[in-house]
Design a protein around this ligand. Structure first.
Ligand SMILES: [Zn+2]
Length: 63
C-alpha cells in the first residue's frame, strides 16, 4: 500500500484566501509594528504583530 501524498493538498490550503464574513472582502495578513514603552528601561521598543486586515478595519490599521 502506497502512502497517500498530502503535499498537493497542503499547497492548496496555503493558497486559500481568507474571506471576511462581514464585508466579504479578502482578508490580508499584515505585520503591524507598535511602539511599546518598557517600564523597566524606560525605552521604546517596536513589537510586530500579525494583523488580519480587511475593509472592516483597514482604516484603523493603516491610520
Ligand atoms: Zn471585513
Amino acid at each position: 500500500m502506497a502512502k497517500e501524498r498530502t503535499f498537493a493538498s497542503k499547497m492548496l490550503t496555503k493558497a486559500d484566501k481568507i474571506i471576511c464574513p462581514e464585508c466579504e472582502g479578502v482578508v490580508e495578513m499584515v505585520k503591524v509594528f507598535d511602539s511599546v514603552k518598557s517600564e523597566k528601561t524606560d525605552a521604546f521598543k517596536f513589537v510586530g504583530n500579525m494583523v488580519q486586515v480587511c475593509k472592516c478595519n483597514e482604516k484603523e490599521v493603516y491610520g
